[in-house]
Design a protein around this ligand. Sequence first.
Ligand code: NAD
Length: 493
Amino acid sequence: MRTIQHWINGSTVGGEGTTRLPVFDPATGEQAAEVIAATAGEVREAVRAATAAFPGWRATGLSRRAEVMFRFRELVDANRKEIAGLISAEHGKTVADALGELARGIENIEFAAGASALLKGGFTEQASTGVDVYSIRQPLGVVAGITPFNFPAMVPMWMFCTALVAGNAFVLKPSEKDPSTSLLLADLLHQAGAPAGVFNVVQGDSTAVEALLADPGIAAVSFVGSTPVARHVYETATRAGKRVQALGGAKNHMVVLPDADLDAAADAAVSAGYGSAGERCMAVSVVVAVGPVADPLVDAIARRVAAIRVGPASDPNAEMGPLISREHRDRVAGYLAGGGGDVVVDGRVAPAAQGPGFFLGPSLVDNVSTGSGYYTDEIFGPVLSVVRVRTYDEAVALVNDNPYGNGTAIFTRDGGAARRFQYEVVCGMVGVNVPIPVPVAYYSFGGWKSSLFGDLHMYGPEGLDFYTRTKVVTSRWPDPSTSQVDLGFPTVR
Ligand code: NAD
């Protein structure tokens, strides 16, 4: 059985713990490897390595840190196929989808490689007579990233590229469900010139997470995962005095107005609802059909759903792969057995769902009641719900009353309605005729409400704000002959 190791102080390290966690090939349902979960002592060792590496990395010139990012970008690009293959093997998503994930990750490396201009401080000459004031941005120290299973390359890259270029050292705790990609990225960073200890990976579960949250050597924590864990991470780590950004789950609504292009809206709902088997935090999980658009829209979506090819990543024709685990597949399928809506397409009867892999066919549920589990839960699978409302106002109220606020989209040909929606909707990321509005890397990513705990969004300019702190210096170089004792505030400036 292949064992997946840690990466500490510039090389792989075998685990000493006794907890062994299985890693599956979701397409076959067979165990492919195992992770030896890090003990609290191993986490400490990784933090110690990062702490030792930090002063040297911080002192390394900014242009040199950016150069490491440039080289890392080239190495990731040259190894796209291998990385995408690894993602598909453990996550189950199609290779095309894994390559797409990687492309969005590479954007973050490129942003970091060019971040020097944004790491500049400010300078005010002659703020007072003979007094200059300036601000400088300094790294925090050792920072940790805790990441989910659904983007094993991109989400870690959201974090560590920005953190490293700003001069921090990093400890990553990837998802235990698809951990191998993190080691390949660690190796490529090493090849790119990141010194030993600057980037470390500890594999494992909540034991490793709790050790990171409690470690006094960790200055800040970036988390992406489900809302209950995000809340726990935020509360625990802020109580320990750390800076935290904790991104949680989602329930993304796509509002379709009666004047929308029906085919374009149906294409978008299907692509965003079933891509990556619905295991995306920005997946559309609720279509809000306004007025008379509902009947033709549900028909158009159902026709498209019937044509989706479900299969393993090894099948180049497959458009949708399996779910991450048997338990998760069964949980998602369980919704289709309960009430709360009219099941139009039932993924449980799909041919792929009959095999040993963790497959569930794409499922469509119409007339979903907002009190049912279809609506209240983050299902995180290929189940698309349709809620019917009469008016635009009802649609906006639905989105705004939802506890989550990650992404939302409106489909319309009315610019005024779209602008009103963008103004009124209580949500962190909004698409206008774009179903998955993940911001490009030079903006920042983050939801509102229960989709994010903390103040700063991830990557882009807000990522740099998160991973640096500002120092303001007030300086004067006086002629010693003018010096005098003055116990008051200066009255003459
Ligand atoms: P998860 O919350 O189960 O796990 C995330 C991380 O937390 C993993 O590294 C895991 O090992 C660790 N963890 C799990 N349970 C823990 C516990 N009790 N205590 C401490 N640590 C724990 O999430 P997941 O299933 O890996 O990923 C899917 C979730 O992530 C979905 O809810 C999805 O919406 C969310 N997600 C959100 C975003 C976003 O940007 N908002 C992006 C991707 C995924």
